[in-house]
Design a binder for this molecule. Structure first.
Ligand SMILES: C[S@@+](CC[C@H](N)C(=O)[O-])C[C@H]1O[C@@H](n2cnc3c(N)ncnc32)[C@H](O)[C@@H]1O
Length: 182
C-alpha cells in the first residue's frame, strides 16, 4: 500500500498497517525496513475487534495525525470477523470528516458463485486461524452502517471503476464485493 501511495503522492502519504498475526508484523517490518520511510510508514500488531485499543495504538505511532482525513482500508479482512460492524462504527466515530472507508468482502450468495467457493472457505477454516464468514450483499452493505457508498456502489471488485488498461475480467466470478464510502 505505501508503495502504491508513494507512486501517486511521493513523499506525502502516511501509512499504518494493522494485522493481529505476529508473523505478518515480522514480514511487514522486513519489507518496511527496505522500502519505507520510518517517519511516515509503520506496522502494528493489533486486533481489529479491539477498536478503542487499536485506535490508541495507531495514534501512539505518531504516524497518523488525529485531525487529517484518512483512508481506512479494510481489505480482505471483514469476512474473517464474526461481527465486524461495531468496530467499523467506532472507527467511523474517530476519523475526521473527509475520511474514506474502502472495504471488500466475500460472498457465496450470487448466482455465479463457483462450486469451489465452499472448498476455499473450508480450507481457510481447516488450515488457518481465520474462519471465513460469507455474507449476502445486503448483509455486507449493512456492515458499512452510516458510511455512505459512492458510485458504482457495492459491486464485484473487478467492476469497481475499472480502468482501460485493466485485464479483461468478463469471465471472472463475483465472489468478492467491494465499495468505497466517505
Ligand atoms: C487475506 S489477508 C489480507 C491482508 C491484507 N489486508 C491485504 O489486503 O493484503 C487477511 C489478514 O487479516 C488478518 N486478520 C484476521 N483477523 C484479524 C483481526 N481480528 N484483526 C486484525 N487482523 C486480522 C490475518 O492475519 C490476515 O493477515
Amino acid at each position: 500500500m505505501h508503495e502504491i501511495a508513494e507512486e501517486h503522492a511521493p513523499g506525502q502519504a502516511h501509512v499504518v498497517y494493522i494485522d493481529n498475526d505476529p508473523i505478518c508484523r515480522a514480514h511487514s517490518e522486513i519489507l518496511l525496513g527496505t522500502t519505507a520511510d520510518p517517519a511516515r510508514h509503520g506496522a502494528i500488531c493489533a486486533d481489529y475487534r479491539d477498536a478503542e485499543q487499536l485506535w490508541e495504538q495507531v495514534l501512539d505511532t505518531g504516524l497518523i495525525g488525529p485531525s487529517k482525513p484518512l483512508a481506512l482500508l479494510t481489505v480482505s479482512l471483514l469476512h474473517f470477523i464474526d461481527d465486524p460492524a461495531p468496530a467499523l462504527a467506532f472507527y467511523q466515530s474517530q476519523v475526521p470528516a473527509g475520511s474514506l472507508l474502502a472495504f471488500n468482502h466475500v460472498t457465496f450468495d450470487r448466482p455465479d458463485t463457483p462450486d469451489s467457493a465452499g472448498q476455499i472457505a473450508d480450507n481457510y477454516t481447516q488450515r488457518t486461524i481465520n474462519q471465513v464468514h460469507s455474507r449476502t450483499t445486503p448483509q455486507i452493505r449493512a456492515l458499512a452502517g452510516d458510511w455512505e457508498i459512492v458510485e458504482p456502489g457495492l459491486v464485484p471488485i473487478q467492476d469497481w471503476r475499472p480502468q482501460e488498461q485493466d485485464p479483461d475480467t468478463s469471465n471472472m466470478h463475483a465472489t468478492i464485493l467491494g465499495a468505497v464510502g466517505p
